[in-house]
Design a protein around this ligand. Structure first.
Ligand code: DQA
Length: 188
């Protein structure tokens, strides 16, 4: 198993190298029924299993030097708890809230509360499907939404969030000295 993955359906692989290198940490959350990927409505969701999808995400994470923590739950409360917990130790979230996309004010509020850059992903194109699927409670608090590109959507989300977080880190670093200089001069 490559370094720094925390593939944590209950198991956490910690590696101090992650801390030393100050690697980006991203929590990836899969919502209800996504545990059935590969067998569930294959004409809509494809034939790839959740394990195979997670492996593809972990492979890209290694290439990008990002730590990913992958979790799936059928329970709204558990997803809310995992989002809240991400406040400490994580830089961003990728979430496919599945059916909760269209119903969950609680998940939306949790994402807004933690304030971590979040990308919403859907395997299918929710905007081409039934009317009730075309509304997302999550989109308004996400930095972006990827819908309809199948498993590739998760990989694009990881690249996109990686670039977003790297750019914000760079911006913080380059703006810090200017702030300190102004503070030293006593100007605003
Ligand atoms: C889904 C779309 C949702 O409408 C649906 O309830 C899902 C999966 C997707 O990935 O396409 O379970 O989020």
């Amino acid at each position: 198993m490559p370094r720094c993955w925390t593939c944590s359906r209950g198991i956490v692989f910690a590696n101090p190298v992650c801390e030393q290198k100050n690697m980006l940490r991203i929590r990836v959350l899969h919502g209800p029924n996504l545990n059935l990927l590969g067998t569930r409505e294959q004409s809509i969701y494809g034939t790839l299993s959740l394990d195979a999808l997670d492996s593809a995400i972990m492979e890209l994470a290694e290439e990008l030097d990002v730590t990913v923590d992958l979790r799936q739950s059928n329970s709204e409360g558990e997803l809310v708890t995992w989002i809240q917990e991400a406040r400490t130790g994580y830089d961003g979230i990728i979430i496919n809230p599945a059916a909760y996309t269209h119903t969950s004010v609680a998940i939306r509020d949790a994402i807004a509360a933690v304030g971590l850059p979040t990308v919403e992903v859907h395997l299918s194109n929710i905007h081409q499907r039934e009317e009730f699927r075309q509304r997302s409670y999550i989109a308004g608090v996400a930095i972006g939404q990827i819908s309809g590109l199948g498993p590739t959507g998760y990989l694009l989300a990881l690249r996109g969030l990686h670039d977003h977080l790297t750019a914000s880190r760079h911006q913080k670093k380059t703006s810090a000295p200017a702030t300190s200089r102004r503070a030293a001069k006593g100007t605003k």
